[in-house]
Design a protein around this ligand. Sequence first.
Ligand SMILES: C=Cc1c2[nH]c(c1C)Cc1[nH]c(c(CCC(=O)O)c1C)Cc1[nH]c(c(C)c1CCC(=O)O)Cc1[nH]c(c(C)c1C=C)C2
Length: 572
Amino acid sequence: MSHATLLSSPLKLRQLRQIPRLGPLLALQCADRPRRNYVAAANSHPAKIAVLGGGVSGLASAYYLAKAFPKSRITLFEKQKELGGWIKSKRVEVEGGDVLFETGPRSLRPGMWTWCTAELVEELGLISSVLYTPKESPAAKNRYIYYPDRLNQLPSSLDQITVSALAGLSTSGILGGIWSLFWEPLTPGRPAQLKDESIGSFISRRFDKRIANNLASAVFHGIYAGDIWQLSAKTLLSTAWKLEGFLGSVLKGYMGAQMDTRVENTVIPWNPYDVKVMQMIKNEIVLQEEFRAELSISSTYTFKGGLQQLTKELEVTLRENDRVEIRTDCPAQIADEPVAQDGPVRLLTGATPSTPEPFDLVISTLPQTSLTPYVTVMVVNLYYTSPTVLSQTGFGYLIPQSIPFEQNPERALGVIFDSEAVQGQDSAPGTKLTVMLGGHWWDGWQGYPDESEGVEMAKSVVRRHLGIEDTPETYLVTLSKDCIPQFTVGYEQRLKEFADEMVAKYRGRVRFVGNQVNGVGVNDCVRAAWMLGREVQGQGWREKSCGLERVANGDNWLLATAEGVEARPSFR
Ligand SMILES: C=Cc1c2[nH]c(c1C)Cc1[nH]c(c(CCC(=O)O)c1C)Cc1[nH]c(c(C)c1CCC(=O)O)Cc1[nH]c(c(C)c1C=C)C2
């Protein structure tokens, strides 16, 4: 996207013109465009850096910090024995070979907005291990929602919205309330005093409650395993929320942008920080041509050894660096005391901390109790020897909140058809499925199903929903306790207050990265670590910042085209 395109994006709608334009911000960026391979300015580096947490956010932060400060000593603390956090790929022997089970995140989305991860894949030498799922494959195109007692295929693109597709969907009742789309522009704008609300409430107010319960709740199960009546519309439907704020209507904003023939690409409001990141990615990341071409025709990608190949390779690279020390089985926390003008920050480390250890800069990827609650998900991987267990092809299906209890007493959130979604990880033929259970349905539970209960629940789900009577040859049950942060109503306000408090207390010597502050996707976490490396380099680490400027200064959004940034998937 050229700056000229970005800046010459007049819309017909008078109100859209009132949104601040990008000129001053971009002029600044052009004058001072960072180089691709930056090096820290001489004599300006923190001598000792600590990274708290050894999941993908911590590993990637340590990786980019080691590049930004070639002279600093970096210590990564992880309380578990193993690194990698929630990303775990396990190979299991079966008759005739082996199969790979993913117990957490399993694939990555390509697209420019996620190029930091793609660049990392390149730098770690992983391109030859990449497995692509083409955009044209059934796994990318066929996605289903279970409602009320059957799978309903969703259109994968606008041109798939045909009369017969809509008729099929509407006989199940899943499209109840769809006519509200036409009336939305006439619906009153939001009351001035409403500062945030749940996704359920926002969609009901602007469209129809049935759309919230039947469609949106399924999508948010697939990403957050969360409850749309608790998750924040301002945070998770941010563009729609802003459009309503600017124009009094979500559709007017989208339609106005689409209909403006002078603009090649859709113009929507963007958080100014995201525009800055987008520009940096565009200016700095140059992917290998062949890799970039493969990514452009793929809907997702992963690795032959599973997604854990990424965190394993990061670990190997960090261990090879003699300036990086990794301490596993070693919890660490920041001493609860204000930091003086030039630091240091003191850490309490080890199971029974004694003398605090001083560090010049600390990156925390650990959960902060004041910011979000978490949900617990049970992941049940099933393997059947028969390759023809499924009668549908596709990615899998999601289960909305509205389906009757008797259709989902196990409280499943969705089922992934793994052997369809990714090919090339297993040496044995057969069918692999993953059943996800729990999430917000288990809020407040003191205990959870055990392994044998989990597998019985998963078998019962696939028997009822997919008619699968076969017995799986093998399975793996993983309870991921408190694995996904929930950005509930009021999240942004809480994050702002947290950021102010952290800057005042630690004077910029403690920064925050991770799924609780940057988004729950692996790509979100890697991009945040990539940005951290750029923000702290040179004198940046001395600035009074805690790395949360996106939200702290994110009220006045900017108009930008989405060119170069992949549209977010509408199904998951
Ligand atoms: C362990 C369960 C997880 C659920 N959501 C996430 C995890 C780790 C995080 C997540 N899942 C998706 C996204 C969207 C953005 C993206 O980066 O692709 C995020 C942030 C989409 C997604 N949902 C499912 C899959 C296989 C994917 C692709 C990305 C990935 O591999 O994580 C299926 C799915 N995830 C969850 C449920 C309940 C579910 C149901 C079928 C929860």
